[in-house]
Design a protein around this ligand. Structure first.
Ligand SMILES: Nc1ncnc2c1ncn2[C@@H]1O[C@H](COP(=O)(O)OP(=O)(O)OP(=O)(O)O)[C@@H](O)[C@H]1O
Length: 208
């Protein structure tokens, strides 16, 4: 499997954020996307996830069973954690495990893996910011999907949780998974390539 972006451009309002962006990401590798605030890292992830349309260019996941609709192959982790506050951590994760299909880690295993073992009965509402983020990351583990699109995945994580998640991400890549991660912090996800989105800023961001 490989993720291919060809001639991608992204417009937000009157501004062209980036254009003519090409890259290929092979299975078993991570793409680490950097760039100053507002360069379009989150926007790029949303394009790759199919949540927004590019103003030009195409994205495809070669080798996916349904190349025209690869949403089933993707985990998208945005800034919001996508867990209902009234559910317990384990109920929320069980919901996502059933909803997303292709079950992988059991709920208890996933909670343990992100360092939330013993906290599964707590309502999501009372979890700390870092614990909520850990729970969001546990969602990646309960359903097997090859492409992880991660927007600042280590936000709010303490040093040990960052190390734990780094190990989980490297395991995913070692098994032939793909990761695209936008970040301001260094990430060690194993074999990686870098994309500095600032280099793809158009010469004239606003059309005359
Ligand atoms: N719905 C929208 N309408 C107009 N402009 C938008 C919209 N969403 C985002 N933008 C603008 O697009 C630009 C890129 O935003 P984006 O969130 O993709 O940047 P980023 O590189 O992820 O930034 P950060 O490092 O701060 O997270 C910003 O200038 C933002 O204000």
């Amino acid at each position: 499997m490989r993720l291919v972006a060809e001639g991608l451009a992204c417009r937000r309002g009157a501004r062209q954020l980036f254009e003519r962006l090409d890259f290929t990401l092979e299975a078993g590798r991570a793409l680490i996307v950097t760039g100053p605030n507002g360069t379009g890292k989150s926007s790029l992830l949303r394009l790759l996830a199919g949540l927004a349309a590019p103003s030009a260019g195409k994205v495809r996941l070669e080798g996916a069973p349904e190349p025209e609709d690869f949403a089933e192959e993707v985990h998208y982790l945005g800034h919001l954690d996508a867990h209902k506050a009234a559910l317990s951590a384990e109920e929320s994760l069980a919901f996502w495990r059933a909803m997303l299909g292709r079950p992988a880690f059991a709920v208890d295993e996933a909670l343990e893996a992100v360092g939330l073992g013993g906290l599964g009965r707590l309502p999501v509402a009372v979890l700390s910011a870092g614990q909520k983020r850990r729970l969001a990351l546990a969602r990646l583990l309960v359903s097997a999907r090859p492409l992880w699109l991660l927007d600042e995945p280590t936000t709010a994580l303490d040093v040990s949780a960052q190390a734990r998640f780094g190990a989980l991400a490297r395991a995913h890549v070692e098994k032939g998974g793909l990761i695209v991660a936008a970040t301001h912090a260094p990430l060690d996800f194993g074999p990686s390539q870098a994309l500095d989105l600032d280099a793809w800023r158009p010469a004239r961001p606003v059309a005359a």
